[in-house]
Every structure is written in structure tokens, then in C-alpha cells.
Design a protein around this ligand. Structure first.
Ligand code: ATP
Ligand code: MG
Length: 394
């Protein structure tokens, strides 16, 4: 009996036309994540199988790979002989501590001499006859023994570890995540990746108004998001001059609105240059003045790229729950100022008017400043050994 991992694709299998693409993208992502292990991976149209000496560690890694819907540690015998199946089933259950059980059989081999019900009954009977104090409970069993009969042999297993689901990262191409150091944007990045979008990140920094710790925090957040993908590129935009120009030109209560229009303009250019198809950010409707519907439409006006806002309709508490689950929360709440909070006016405008934005923007040559900022972008890729000691930030 051989112990191996069986991966269930779940949602992928419903996308008939695209199935092969999905499976090869998932396979590629799994290969990337398991580079450091000695593994043999095989696939068919409904499952993937991983053979390795490090089954437990690998199944842990798999729980963070999008497109994996279920992880099963299965035992395989290379025969479909019913006597062998009975013996192997008993052996699998002998590892377990339980009183009630049932057997569920799935038979891909339709010409097998017994039907699924019959196989379950025969194997269940054998288990009862060879154990003490066990009972069959078809409604609420403590253990379910699953038997999958396939042409390549028989797979026997008990519990399935749920995967994180979604689509394999990359199947939908790439987007640009506006990553600040807050709680919302890393969650948005995670949710976008869950739909199969590979991400680059863009971060606007304003030294000396923002600290090196704020920048390192963003790098650290991107690094945490790498748990769910392979590598992430961060485009770090020097934003100080633009922010100061807006401030000096008396944008007053339009400060944030104009600043965000500048961010969107830059993000769009960076996206186009790098072949990234959408912008992604952590805006949540009504959360702050710049996220009212009026603000969002005036800000959005500078771009014709699709903008995805995965947390737009979530409550803050729901976003926090996800941040905790994905491991970004503790880093997000570190107290380093973002560039937005430093220039925050006392009463930011809640219902900005487009013409007013345009007239403020005419007061200075923002195109030149934007070009200069884009020419001076620093690109960092994570994970990598940088002089930023990510662990020590926390
Ligand atoms: P977060 O939304 O990440 O918790 P926040 O709430 O402080 O941080 P907001 O001021 O609400 O951020 O900005 C809304 C969104 O705009 C952010 O989620 C992020 O996508 C983007 N954004 C804001 N500031 C920056 C920045 N300095 N660099 C990159 N993106 C930013
Ligand atoms: Mg926010």
C-alpha cells in the first residue's frame, strides 16, 4: 500500500472548455511551490497525485495554493481485487480511533462486477467482522471510509483537508494591486489572486513624510502575499514632489481627491507598461471621504482601465477577519504613517466635483511630475534576500 496525496480541483472541473488550461496552470503553480521537495506529480482530468517522502509538509503547502479544493492523503493499491480492497480498507481504518463509520464507494470503472453500494456493503461487513465495538452509522458517522476505484488502481482514504479553492493564480493574466500599508489592500490582493489574477504591486512613498518602516511594512505585506503565489514585483513610486505640489497649490479639502487621481494616473501607466490588465485596490464603499460613490467616480475618471475593488462591499470587520486568516493583519496594524494620513485635510470633501478637480490640477504641471516619478520607480521583487529584515519588522 502506497501513501500519496490526491488533489481535487473542485470548481475547475465545471469549466469544461478551459479545463486543460486550468489544470496545467495549477500544475505549474504547484511545481513552483514544491521546488524544494523531491516529488513526482501526475495528473488526470479530475485529480492530481503527488508522491513524496514529505507528504505531511507538502499537504500543508497545498492548503495555500489557489485552485486546490481538496487535499486527501490516500492509500493506493495497484489492483481492484475486492479481497485486496477489504484488507487495505481495514488497514487504513486501523490507524484511526472511532466507534461509528460508513463506507462510500466511487466507481469510475463501470464494468466492475459489483456496483458501488455492493462494494461499500462488502467492505463494511469485513471491517465489522474484523474489529471490536465498531458500528455502521450511515447518517452521522465519525469516520467515512472512501473507496475510489479507477483504472490505475484503488484509492482508499478517510478525511479530506479543505483547500482554499478559487482559480489557479495566473489563469486570468496579471493586474496591478495598489498596496498601501493598511488592512484593506492586502486583503484585496488576496481576493484578486483567488480569482486567478497574478499581481504586481504599486506603492506610493513620500519620504521624508513617510518613513522607511512604512515602506518595509509594504514589502513585508507583499512577502506575506507570496504565500499564495510565486513571486511579487513591487513598483515603488517616489510620490513626495507630487504630494507637495498638490499641497502647495491649495487643494485644501480636495487634497486627497487630487492625490488619488494622481495615484490612479501613475498606476495606469505602470500597468500599461508592464502588460497588466486591471488595477486592483482596497477601496471600500463609504469607509472614508475618498470612498463615497461621488469620490470614487471623480477619482476613477482619470483612467479607462478596469478597476477591481474586491473589498468594496465588505464591512471592515469582515475585511479584518480575512486579514487575520491570511496572515496580513498583524503587519497591517503596525503604526507607520501612510502618505495619505500625513496630508489629510481636516474636512476632506465627501462629494467632490469634477470641474473643481480639473481647475486645481491646472495650477501646476502635474504631467511633468508624473513622468519624473515614473522614471524614478524602484522595483523590488519578493521573496528575495534584501537588506530589509522582514522577520524583525514584526
Ligand atoms: P488600506 O485600505 O490598505 O487598509 P487605507 O485604508 O489606509 O489602507 P485608503 O486611504 O483607504 O487606505 O486608500 C484606499 C486604497 O488606495 C488602499 O486600499 C490602496 O489600495 C490604495 N492606496 C492608498 N494609499 C496608497 C499608497 N501609498 N500606495 C499604494 N496604494 C495606496
Ligand atoms: Mg481603506
Amino acid at each position: 500500500m502506497e501513501k500519496l496525496i490526491m488533489i481535487k480541483y473542485g470548481e475547475l472541473t465545471t469549466k469544461k472548455g478551459n479545463r486543460d488550461n486550468f489544470i496545467s496552470c495549477l500544475l505549474n503553480n504547484i511545481h513552483n511551490k514544491l521546488k524544494t521537495y523531491d516529488v513526482k506529480i501526475t495528473k488526470d482530468r479530475s485529480r492530481m497525485y503527488i508522491e513524496s517522502k514529505n507528504i505531511d509538509e507538502i499537504s500543508e503547502v497545498l492548503t495555500n495554493i489557489f485552485g486546490v479544493h481538496g487535499i486527501v492523503i490516500a492509500y493506493k493499491i495497484n489492483t481492484n481485487n475486492i479481497e485486496e480492497i477489504k484488507k487495505a480498507s481495514l488497514e487504513v481504518l486501523n490507524f484511526k480511533n472511532f466507534e461509528t463509520f460508513k463506507v462510500v464507494t466511487n466507481r469510475a470503472l463501470k464494468d466492475y462486477p459489483m456496483d458501488s453500494m455492493k462494494i461499500s456493503k462488502v467492505v463494511g461487513g469485513y471491517i465489522l467482522a474484523n474489529t471490536k465495538n465498531k458500528k455502521v452509522d450511515v447518517h452521522n458517522p465519525e469516520e467515512i471510509l472512501r473507496i475510489d476505484l479507477r483504472s490505475e488502481g484503488c484509492f482508499i482514504y478517510t478525511n479530506e483537508i479543505p483547500g482554499i479553492g478559487g482559480y489557479p493564480v495566473g489563469i486570468q493574466g496579471k493586474g496591478l494591486l495598489m498596496l498601501s500599508g493598511g488592512i484593506d489592500s492586502p486583503v484585496s490582493g488576496y481576493l484578486a489572486m483567488k480569482r486567478g489574477i497574478n499581481i504586481d504591486c504599486i506603492y506610493f512613498e513620500s519620504p521624508p513624510h513617510t518613513s522607511i518602516e512604512a515602506k518595509n511594512k509594504v514589502i513585508s505585506l507583499a512577502n506575506i502575499l507570496c504565500k499564495y503565489t510565486n513571486k511579487i514585483k513591487i513598483h515603488i513610486v517616489p510620490f513626495t514632489k507630487i504630494q507637495e505640489a498638490i499641497y502647495k497649490n491649495n487643494a485644501s479639502n480636495y487634497m486627497i481627491t487630487i492625490m488619488r487621481r494622481m495615484m490612479y494616473r501613475i498606476a495606469q501607466e505602470v500597468a500599461l507598461k508592464n502588460n497588466l490588465k486591471v488595477l486592483i485596490n482596497g477601496e471600500s464603499i463609504g469607509q472614508v471621504a475618498s470612498q463615497t460613490l461621488e469620490s470614487m467616480s471623480v477619482i476613477n475618471e482619470v483612467t479607462n482601465m478596469p478597476v477591481i475593488r474586491p473589498v468594496a462591499c465588505l464591512d471592515k470587520l469582515e475585511i479584518i477577519d480575512i486579514a487575520k486568516k491570511i496572515g496580513t493583519y498583524e503587519t497591517s496594524i503596525l503604526p507607520y504613517e501612510d502618505c495619505c494620513t500625513i496630508f489629510l485635510p481636516k474636512h476632506p470633501i465627501i462629494k467632490p466635483v469634477l470641474n473643481k478637480c480639473i481647475s486645481i490640477e491646472k495650477r501646476f504641471n502635474f504631467e511633468k511630475l508624473i513622468k519624473e516619478a515614473i522614471d524614478n520607480i524602484e522595483v523590488i521583487e519578493v521573496p528575495k534576500k534584501t537588506d530589509v529584515d522582514i522577520e524583525n519588522l514584526l
